[in-house]
Write a protein that binds this ligand. Structure first.
Ligand code: SF4
Length: 308
């Protein structure tokens, strides 16, 4: 299957999308924070990112879901800063403290090509929501240098539908988190009470664009939606409700990774209920919630017992 952005490049609509995306930076409303700062002039909003993206690290990653990893790994590019800023973030130094280096578009294109040359099956942009124009801007150069693997949009789920529309026909794989079902909890941990509404709308739009996950005969993801859900202590993530949403309003065949790796990181210790890992009972209950909702396609590692 040809990567979607190759057609967008040939048809000329990639250039139109780049122009539109860059123009948003003048009064930034790329994400639901709607900071309205002029990032082209170096002003910063919640994500503290200006004209150029910052990258904290990149390389083939073998810890992602099997269909992304295959034999060559997933070509991850970890962006610095974040538009969501969860208090318990496992990458706190990167997302909150801003560790990383600035990259111009050509630099980002070179990173993509290097990852492909090292055998990565995809380019997996981690925390991309605040740097969508920067990613798009780097693509023509990467395409001219031979990029042809699919792009993965690996995000926290706090997205603007208008920004996602700019990615239609360019990204083949969406991998959003679905973190919280409850507004009060999203406010408490991310200062984003509209997170549940925004994330659900985003997942529906992503599914509209790319459909259920398609995995080829070699076990590699080619196109589609993959949802991640981190189980939280005391049921704070709202697993039952979110799995019901996916099964009822998106697709029972949604590929879902229910993750058990919650650990108190960042500022989590300031919140009593977040100061511990989850129990095996809490994790099993989350799996049962997904099964009860009718989700038929849980990540294979659960079935092999890796998470148990
Ligand atoms: S991308 Fe950054 S500056 Fe733009 S609206 Fe979101 S948080 Fe604010």
């Amino acid at each position: 299957m040809e990567a979607a952005y190759l057609k967008a490049y040939k048809n000329g609509f990639l250039q139109e999308r780049i122009k539109k995306a860059l123009s948003i930076l003048k009064c930034c409303v790329l994400c639901p924070r709607t900071c309205k700062v002029n990032r082209l002039e170096g002003d910063r909003g919640v994500c503290r990112t200006g004209r150029y993206a910052k990258v904290s690290s990149y390389g083939p990653h073998f810890g992602e879901e099997d269909p992304l990893v295959g034999t060559g790994g997933s070509g991850t590019v970890f962006f610095t800063h974040c538009n969501l800023l969860c208090v318990f973030c496992q990458n706190y130094a990167i997302s909150h403290r801003g560790e990383g280096f600035e990259v111009a578009p050509d630099g980002l294109a070179t990173i993509m090509i290097q990852l492909q040359e090292r055998g990565a099956h995809n380019i997996n942009f981690v925390t991309p929501s605040h740097v969508v124009p920067h990613i798009l801007e780097a693509l023509p150069r990467a395409i001219e240098d031979g990029l042809n693997v699919p792009l993965v949009y690996n995000c926290g789920g706090y997205e603007s539908i208008k920004t996602l529309a700019l990615l239609d026909g360019i990204f083949d794989i969406y991998m959003p988190d679905l973190k919280f079902a409850d507004d009060t909890i999203a406010q408490r941990y991310c200062n984003a009470p509209d997170y549940p509404e925004r994330a659900k709308a985003a997942v529906k739009e992503m599914h509209r664009q790319v459909g259920d996950l398609i995995i080829n005969e070699r076990g590699i993801a080619e196109r589609g939606l993959l949802v991640r859900h981190l189980v939280m202590p005391e049921g704070k993530a709202g697993t039952y409700e979110l799995m019901g949403f996916l099964a009822g309003e998106v697709s029972k065949n949604t590929y879902v990774n229910i993750m058990n790796q919650y650990r108190p990181c960042g500022d989590a210790a300031k919140f009593r209920e977040l100061s511990r890992s989850i129990t095996s009972e809490e994790y099993h209950e989350a799996i049962q919630d997904a099964n009860a909702a009718g989700i038929t396609r849980l990540d294979q590692r659960m079935q092999r017992g890796v998470f148990l």
